[in-house]
Write a protein of this length. Structure first.
Length: 167
């Protein structure tokens, strides 16, 4: 599909609308991830040994806020910068973390599904198939950049025990 002016406008419009409710939407985003893939809970140190309700877990709330905001802001800047740009972190760092946590291709798809569902819920009647495609493309480009860093780190460390996802 590509990420052109129309896609950029749809992502920016929806992000501007969602900014009004970032704490709620970021928690919803992570709740959806855990609903779609309950086993993902074990990938987060602050969730491993707890049955605490997500709304009551301050570490989850902070992490969800950071991830949701970074993902959305990366999408908004995609066309303007011509590449994936991540605030408050580097792609190299994100690749390293994802590699060492054992993130694989299906995990990226779960996060994409949760992101698209979160945006859809947030946008209500303003939601469209075009908006879904725009957010999907923006996320795919972010995921591809993280996966490239994962592969680079795995290649640099011949003793890495983690299998990198395929592109």
């Amino acid at each position: 599909m590509g990420f052109g002016e129309k896609e950029e406008a749809l992502v920016k419009e929806s992000w501007d609308f969602m900014k009004q409710n970032i704490p709620h939407l970021s928690l919803r985003f992570f709740t959806l991830i855990l609903e779609i893939a309950p086993a993902a809970k074990g990938m987060f140190s602050f969730l491993k040994d707890t049955d605490e309700i997500p709304e009551n877990n301050p570490k989850l709330k902070a992490h969800a806020l950071k991830v949701f905001k970074m993902t959305c802001e990366s999408a908004v800047q995609l066309r303007e910068k011509g590449e994936v740009v991540v605030a408050d972190a580097s792609l190299k760092y994100l690749g390293s973390v994802h590699l060492h946590k054992g993130v694989t291709e299906p995990h990226f798809e779960i996060v994409k599904e949760a992101l698209v569902r979160t945006v859809k819920e947030a946008m209500g009647e303003k939601w469209s198939e075009e908006m879904k495609e725009a957010w999907g493309e923006a996320y795919d480009q972010l995921a591809a950049a993280i996966k490239a860093e994962m592969k680079a780190e795995a290649a640099a460390d011949p003793f890495a025990k983690i299998t990198t996802p395929s592109s």
